[in-house]
Design a protein around this ligand. Sequence first.
Ligand code: HEM
Length: 733
Amino acid sequence: MARDKHKRDTNHNNLNKVDDLEQFREDSAGQHLTTNQGLRINDDQNTLKAGARGPSLLEDFHFREKMTHFDHERIPERIVHARGAAAHGYFQVYESLAPYTKAKFLQDPAVKTPVFVRFSTVVGSRGATDLARDVRGFAVKFYTEEGNYDLVGNNIPVFFIQDAVKFPDLVHAIKPEPHHEMPQGASAHDTFWDFVSLMPESMHMVMWVMSDRALPRSFRMMEGFGVHTFRFINAQGQAHFVKFHWKPVLGVHSVLWDEAQKISGQDSDFHRRDLWQAIENGDYPEWEFGVQMVEEKDEHAFDFDLLDATKIIPEELVPVRRIGKLTLNRNPDNFFAETEQVAFHPGHIVPGIDFTTDPLLQGRLFSYTDTQLIRLGGPNFHEIPINRPVAPLHNHQRDGYMRQMINRGQVSYEPNSLGGGCPMQAKAEMGGFTSYAERIDGHKVRARSESFFDHFSQAALFWNSQSDPEKDHMVQAFCFELGKVEVPDIRTRMVGILAHVDGTLAQRVAQGLGMTVPTKLDKPLNMGVPADADVERMQPKPVKQPIGHSPALSMANTVKDNIKTRQVAILAADGVDDAAVSTMKQALAAAGARAKIVAPRLGSLKGATGAEVHIDFSLLTAGSVLFDAVYVPGGERSVELLKGEGKAFHFVHEAYKHCKAIAATGAGVELLRASHLGRKTIAEPNAGENPLLPDEGVIIGGDARVDDVAAEFIKAIAQHRHWSREMKDTVPA
Ligand code: HEM
């Protein structure tokens, strides 16, 4: 299996991981059933017995092999990020980054570097719901010609803790409580809030996790961040600090908590399915790769420490330069072999990229291989097909469980003369990795730099940068999460800490919890201090921020100019105006959206003109929460039938409540009129000028041409949500 040349695409001069995997793919079409030894099996229905009604025989090697393999099918799930979904794709840089980094995959815009990307939730087990309120992992493995580079990031740009030694405590606190293993995949319980209420450094990340960022509409519509500050190193050995970003081409969009909970019931694989389906449909997910670069001389130019993973560099201070594009275009062939067995590691780097001394990053550099040794069962997991680099691999590492490489020759040490000195070290100009010669000068101490002590200023910056609806959702999230906390003292302490972030936020949360904001806490703010420390000295120290507001932090300012890949439900029954359905479908498809017919039952409908309309979902198999928008076409009979369905009313109520675009034409308007919406909104036109828009995002087409309605509907869907409607919270759904 030793491979001496890079796997290259046959048509392009590009590395090709998909072809590299080909030698491991198995396809049983037209083949006979065999044992693992290749012996053809004649009877896979019965064990070998002493007589048809007699005892099974130990001799039955086929039964024993089959059952033994089955008994060993499970491996430990990841200690964190257990639930995930992944896809193959490629990365292309827009222009050479040679002035900043010598990393080969960032030099030539013509080169497509293969990638495998795994998205995940952090807390839940493998079978947990996709829609938990949680951070999402965004791990990218670049199979570069210089070896694998892993950018193991999250969809939130900061982290809960500053030092890796606190990671096991954090994860123990947020995982299900150990005495009864509840709740699954949720932070809304005592131990999590107990821990963070004593560790104010977590407050910035807590603000992000309580925001809608923790409830992505899809993996394809979330940002990714490398979180830590890394280094770029150019061919001259010059370094720049760098923060990595992934910007989704479709914009950053989220669902509401009420929706998330309902989606978890209706389709707990919602994100996984969405990613899979988008790729199957040819709607390849795309992100632009962005970097914020800071010169070495400016290391201390900020009001926070670049080494502190609880801080961002606001984009208004250092703009994100978009340097390339990631495209995912192929689903894995086998979930276990690829998505489950892939092993990412922040320590997998290539020349041109290097670490900083961020104490969280430094700890991560130990943890990943350590955990993969047990998760994947030994030291040879780099030989699993999905983990193998496309770059050649030669060294003196030998043996161990499941070794697959057949190393030839007498020599497994260095230096050697018997093997001609091979494999040999590479000079830096030959691609040999050299660490950046950072000057390190200090005492051996267990300590936290005082430059890490400002825990609230960026939490406040995040809060102040949110739109009003986003702030409302955060208040509701805190009320939900702390409302699930059983020990009142933990709630009190948390609300007291929130007052250090923002007084109004604390007031609003306190009100929701039926309490007042405490003026004094029972303990110092920061309890994460060493036993012999001067506790007072270790308390949070606010630092004046250069900006009070960062538009880049609000999803209100994201891309809202298209409806590509949006899912639109068309509510219909027999007698539906099929001409309207097909006009609307065509208009939506032309804009890149996917329309699905939802009807009282499955099968097909007879349209008003007698045409057959295929039904995609019944009202039983899909609720409005699985869609981005709803259209109710005309056809009197269809609308009468829908009026007899409680679920049809619920569908539009819920879509309204979740602020989604709704359109109706012809008799379809009657369904809305007969619903709670008719009484509450349509009957009280408040729109003013445009008769097509009686309420934000609701398009009452009436007798208008379906084409015209579609044009308005498309504009409304592109807005993602119409938050002004949230105030009308009286809609029952
Ligand atoms: C000291 C802090 C941290 C430690 C010790 C740690 C440790 C781990 C461990 C043990 C795993 C499971 C790996 C496996 O079984 O293959 C993991 C997965 C992961 N971690 Fe961390 N982590 C830390 C912080 C972070 C941070 C700050 C980020 C984001 C920048 C992050 C992103 C991820 C991702 C995305 C995965 C899932 C990778 C996959 O899809 O397989 N972790 N982490």
